[in-house]
Design a binder for this molecule. Structure first.
Ligand SMILES: NC(=O)c1ccc[n+]([C@@H]2O[C@H](COP(=O)([O-])OP(=O)(O)OC[C@H]3O[C@@H](n4cnc5c(N)ncnc54)[C@H](OP(=O)(O)O)[C@@H]3O)[C@@H](O)[C@H]2O)c1
Length: 255
């Protein structure tokens, strides 16, 4: 088991990606703390983690107060008896563009998607031991692509990619690796809500996403969790500051 007794924190661990990600880590031997707002959903995931005979804890935090992410990661590390991996997975995806965003929308998106991951990473860096640790930042292909309609999401996900690069430089001397994922669309409550906000039906929305992906389909959630586990594992021991594009070819430059 690749993560036997490793201590893993997943923000948004009860969400569409977070839940299968926590279970994948647990099946591979890790003990896990979930950080999020929804205690009921969190408790369900904790129960599933415990059926894998691993420890699981839910730590409440609302990243609309983004520095609370530092308190939550420190508390998670205390409960787990230390920390080996942080996954900055929680995110907010309001569909806002040039003409409809307010200052409150900007603040909400920046808090959850950029500032909270910064404070979470800082607390993780303090909690990792001399053996180092790994931070995985879940960004998006939208951090690499311009979008008129989801401008705030694209800008915050681009900022997270640059935070990933800056953290990797700051933390490499301490033996801490920092890796980002830039996935294309995969089916979760976030994607469904995004389609709903666009006014399209779910079926139309899913078809139109698939149609613009060179591979011709959405990612499977397991393809995303597999990439996170790889990035967090010792097999990726020389990888830091990297961005794993998991987008079926969407961001490959073409003529
Ligand atoms: N689904 C896609 O197509 C797609 C594509 C590319 C990248 N991504 C990225 O993948 C990651 C996971 O997304 P998902 O699709 O699984 O979305 P999701 O189902 O909406 O889950 C998002 C999670 O973020 C947490 N969260 C949101 N606001 C929060 C706040 N204020 N404080 C604390 N936690 C908060 C939620 O936790 P609570 O409900 O407990 O608050 C939720 O569990 C995100 O970083 C997303 O940007 C998704």
């Amino acid at each position: 088991m690749e993560f036997d007794k490793k201590r893993v924190v997943v923000t948004g661990g009860a969400g569409g990606l977070g839940r299968p990600l926590c279970l994948a880590f647990a099946r591979d031997g890790a003990n896990i703390a979930i950080i999020g707002r929804n205690a009921a959903a969190g408790s369900e995931v904790i129960e599933s983690i415990r059926t894998c005979k691993r420890d699981g804890y839910f730590i409440h935090s609302d990243f609309s107060a983004p520095d609370d992410a530092a308190r939550a990661v420190s508390e998670a590390a205390n409960r787990l008896g230390g920390l080996d991996v942080l996954v900055n997975n929680a995110a907010l995806a309001l569909r806002r563009g040039l003409h409809d965003a307010t200052v409150d929308d900007w603040t909400a998106m920046l808090n959850v998607n950029v500032i909270a991951p910064y404070f979470a990473a800082r607390a993780a860096a303090h909690a990792f031991t001399d053996r180092g640790g790994v931070i995985v930042n879940i960004s998006s292909e939208m951090g690499r692509l311009a979008s008129g309609q989801s401008m705030l999401y694209a800008v915050t996900k681009a900022a997270l990619l640059h935070l990933n690069a800056c953290l990797s430089v700051a933390l490499a001397p301490a033996g801490i690796r920092v890796v980002a994922l830039a996935p294309g669309p995969f089916r979760t409550p976030m994607l469904e809500s995004s389609i709903q906000q666009s006014g399209a039906s779910l079926e139309e929305g899913l078809e139109s996403y698939a149609a613009r992906i060179p591979i011709g389909r959405l990612a499977e959630t397991q393809e995303v969790t597999d990439a996170v586990l790889f990035a967090a594992s010792d097999r990726a021991g020389f990888m830091t500051g990297a961005v794993l594009n998991l987008d079926g070819g969407t961001t490959v430059p073409r003529v």
